[in-house]
Design a binder for this molecule. Structure first.
Ligand code: PRE
Length: 364
């Protein structure tokens, strides 16, 4: 065996020097890749991952590889570089999102005719029936809730039902009824808009436009409500990741409407004992990553009345800016969501249990 002509120390010094050069090259590569990422964002390409481009680079590197590393090893190293590059592109991209706290540090506080939502405002309660069904039903509910300090009345005029044969809502008559009853009781009116063609008429009658979970990925609708001059309550999609939810909000802000309230309403999981699984980490994360108000729809979160109080308590404990809950004078005869809506007595118990956390008088 021929003795090594150079000492380990000497060789290590050379390795250190190569490391420094590799790092310099990696940083140079990162800077160029960041520019590619920026260009992709400018072009409106939300997905920066490009497997074909990665493949092309790997093939070229394989062809050029003279060893001593195997092609598999070279590929593995470069795949890590692509992954880090992609992370870099996407994190730079995120920094520029209008919803991001990196762009706007302070909380967005909505002030809708004197009702403040988000930031240092006390948590709001949004309550009302699932569907607008009749004058009597709306009047009774609004009077009951208004007397208990609720400032925002909900009620669906267009109902996205699982079955096309289910009750589909009262449409424009429902909008008129909901807004009149809310106004008569000194409340704001929030209702869902499902179709781009209805945004104008819904915005005419509602104080807040709701985009429902099933429409969170309806980008045409998101753009349209982004152009409306009304605040938007954006529910998280049934199977949407937090990132997808925030991008949906970004669609609205990017059209010039900064008044977005995020609403976590439970996501679809393998769990069968609850209708959905309330994702509280999404609430905490959305509050951390964005400056927007975040509320929790406890009614849909679990799909069962017996969990409403603990879920609402937990939501407020992680920092939710409000609670959305369905209330109906007679849930058993309601035309939708019988299992989930609270009757008036149930609402009293519910709100009583939250009194300490709501930081505001809720009783009469
Ligand atoms: O070339 C691109 O499109 C890039 O975004 C750069 C890059 C890379 O690091 O080479 C990064 C991620 C993509 O999946 C493909 C390639």
């Amino acid at each position: 065996m021929t003795p090594p002509t150079r000492s380990i120390e000497d060789l290590r010094a050379e390795v250190d020097q190569i490391n420094r050069e590799l790092l310099k090259l990696l940083s140079q590569r990162g800077a160029v890749v960041a520019q590619i990422g920026h260009a992709k964002t400018q072009e409106g390409r939300p997905n920066h991952y490009d497997p074909a481009r990665e493949d092309q680079q790997l093939k070229e590197l394989e062809a050029l590889n003279e060893g001593p590393f195997t092609s598999a090893a070279v590929k593995m190293i470069f795949k890590e570089i692509f992954k880090a590059s992609l992370d870099l592109e996407e994190s730079n991209d995120k920094k520029q999102l209008l919803v991001s706290r990196k762009v706007k540090v302070e909380d967005t506080v909505l002030d809708i005719d004197g009702v403040r939502i988000g930031g240092d405002a006390p948590p709001v309660v949004i309550a009302g029936p699932c569907s607008i069904e009749s004058e009597a039903q709306m009047e009774q509910t609004a009077a009951f809730l208004a007397a208990r300090g609720v400032k925002i009345l909900r009620g669906g005029a267009y109902k996205p039902r699982t079955s096309p044969y289910g009750f589909q809502g009262m449409g424009v008559d429902g909008l008129i009824l909901g807004s009149q009853v809310a106004q008569a009781n000194g409340m704001l009116f929030v209702t869902e808009v499902m179709d781009t063609r209805d945004v104008e008429i819904v915005a005419e009658h509602a104080d807040i436009l709701q985009v429902g979970a099933r429409n969170m990925h309806n980008f045409a609708l998101l753009r349209e409500v982004g152009r409306a001059r009304r605040p938007v309550l954006l529910k998280r999609g049934l199977s949407a990741t937090i990132e997808e939810w925030l991008y949906a909000a970004e669609y609205i802000l990017s059209e010039g409407n900064p008044e977005v309230i995020l609403c976590e309403r439970g996501i679809r999981t393998y769990e069968k004992w609850t209708r959905n699984t309330l994702d509280l980490s999404a609430v905490a994360l959305a509050k951390q990553e964005t400056h927007l108000p975040v509320i929790v729809d406890v009614t849909h979160a679990a799909g069962r009345r017996d969990l409403l109080i603990p879920l609402a308590k937990a939501a407020l404990a992680v920092g939710a800016d409000g609670i959305h809950v369905e209330v109906h004078p007679s849930p058993a005869t309601a035309l939708s969501d019988n299992e989930q809506q609270l009757d008036f007595e149930g609402y009293e118990r519910f709100i009583g249990a939250l009194q300490g956390q709501l930081k505001q008088p809720v009783g009469v």
